[in-house]
Design a protein around this ligand. Structure first.
Ligand SMILES: [Zn+2]
Length: 481
């Protein structure tokens, strides 16, 4: 049996987080009663004129810059003509051509499973408008909801020949792309609500072959997992066809989340002629270099770049770094605490450990909690200077989270300073050894693990405040080591 190579192209649609629609002032929101967010413009009534939404254009330009694209300084909107009830005007406003989309010829880097990164080339980043939704009514018949019609939609398409060669890379591409869109604040990235939709096209070819196979396109993928499983399924399905001497049909297939299989939606017999032409109602757009350069400079540092910087500057582990950069405000919180003098490793440990847990339980975001970066920096200094041990630090965090009190003040008020006075600790050690002849005997008989229990007793006797390594040391001495 010949082995096959898989190639995946990705088309992603992202609904932009604007207040209003692309060419009218109707609000953008999810759900709601059908046809409650519509007006003559987005319903395509004769005599109405569209006015482009500047915020949407800026969002696409910012995304294009973040994806290392070239920018079309002169750009127009086109009409894509087709008749379907989800499109009241009889055409969709979009951007046609290779160098007309706001962004073209860019790339995105994805981390690879066994280390290193790979560049996924991007062909275009353009702006268009979303369509309405067809609904099948319970009593039979169909209806159309135009609430979504005219919502600004960004389309991001990968280049050909495809760089993505397996289901994991397809998933990782989407993970990275989503992270950037959310990071820039241009899309909420909710795949399950359809505000970010991914349609991969998949083809396979025998190893050694230069010619790409026939593609199939997959729809209805509403999670990272379904994208990975869908691409995997499609590659296997096509391989089975070729192995049996059959051919792959060029078609659009839907993904069934229940059975984890794909099914035919429609067969593409020929490319439809959309008769694209520049929209005469919308004037051509011109951007000047200064404006675009300002925009480029104002872009935030993106997740992958941030992750690399953290690794270089603070020598944090891969896992810690990817947790810190999973969310923009989480990364900002970390940076603030470090800028205020917190030790990076300690702050990172507390954030990704106990603080993350408290936030999860309470449903709060870091910046909304009572523990500010100022608290975090001070806590880290108390740990670093040996004023408190890690057990007390955890208790302090709980108290700070509940009351917003500064950790230094809590230590002072409650006498929580770490006890490193040898005489005091040795006293406690001697008491514990005297009161626990059983475990002490076991230890001396070779069951050395018992020391954990004895140390625990000393910690208990000192209210958890004793310096744990000093306790350990004195206990070993006392036991005759
Ligand atoms: Zn409208």
């Amino acid at each position: 049996m010949p082995r096959y190579l898989t190639s995946v192209g990705m088309e992603v649609h992202a609904e932009l987080l604007t207040q209003s629609k692309m060419f009218c002032r109707c609000a953008v929101a999810f759900g709601g009663e059908p046809n409650t967010r519509v007006c003559p413009v987005c319903l395509g009534m004769p005599g109405t004129l569209p006015v482009p939404n500047k915020a949407a254009i800026d969002m696409v330009l910012r995304t294009a810059l973040a994806l290392n694209c070239q920018i079309a300084y002169d750009s127009v909107f086109h009409r894509k003509n087709y008749f379907y009830p989800d499109l009241p005007k009889g055409y969709q406003v979009t951007q046609y051509g290779e160098t007309n989309p706001f962004g073209y010829k860019g790339w995105l880097e994805i981390p690879l499973k066994h280390g290193g990164t790979k560049r996924i080339h991007i062909r275009r980043v353009h702006l268009e408008e979303d369509t309405g939704k067809l609904l099948h009514l319970p009593g039979g018949g169909s209806g159309v909801d135009y609430n979504r019609a005219g919502v600004p939609l960004m389309e991001i398409v990968t280049d050909f020949p495809p760089d993505i060669e397996n289901p994991e890379e397809a998933r990782e591409y989407l993970v990275q792309l989503r992270a950037i869109l959310v990071w820039l604040g241009v899309c909420d990235g909710k795949m399950e609500e359809g505000s970010m939709r991914c349609e991969p096209n998949i083809s396979i070819r025998p190893e050694g072959s230069e010619t790409y196979g026939t593609k199939t396109e997959l729809k209805n993928l509403n999670s990272f997992r379904s994208v990975q499983l869908g691409v995997e399924f499609e590659a296997h399905r096509q391989a089975a066809l070729l192995d049996q001497g059959q051919t792959v049909t060029q078609e659009t297939r839907g993904w069934n989340e229940g059975t984890l299989t794909s099914f035919v939606m429609r067969v593409k017999e020929s490319e439809q002629d959309y008769r694209y032409f520049p929209d005469p109602d919308l004037i051509p757009m011109k951007f000047d270099t200064a404006e675009i350069e300002d925009m480029r400079k104002s872009l935030p540092e993106l997740p992958l770049a941030k992750a690399r910087r953290y690794q270089a500057a603070f020598s944090l582990s891969d896992e810690h770094v990817s947790q810190l950069t999973a969310d923009r405000s989480w990364a900002e919180y970390f940076e603030k605490a470090v800028a205020l003098g917190g030790d990076a490793q300690t702050v990172c440990n507390v954030m990704n450990g106990d603080l993350a847990k408290l936030l999860n339980e309470s449903g709060l975001e870091a910046f909304d909690s009572k523990v500010t970066p100022v608290h975090m920096a001070e806590l880290s200094k108390l740990v670093g200077s040996g004023t408190v041990n890690s057990k007390v630090a955890k208790d302090l965090l709980d108290q700070m989270f509940a009351t917003g009190e500064m950790p230094g003040k809590l230590v002072e008020e409650q006498g929580l300073s770490q006890v490193s006075d040898e005489a005091v600790i040795l006293d406690a050690v001697k008491t514990v050894v005297r009161d626990n002849p059983g475990p002490v005997g076991q230890y001396r008989a070779g069951k050395v693990g018992v020391i954990g229990f004895l140390v625990g007793q000393v910690m208990k006797a000192t209210g958890g405040r004793a310096n744990p390594s000093l306790v350990q040391e004195l206990m070993r001495k006392e036991l005759g080591e």
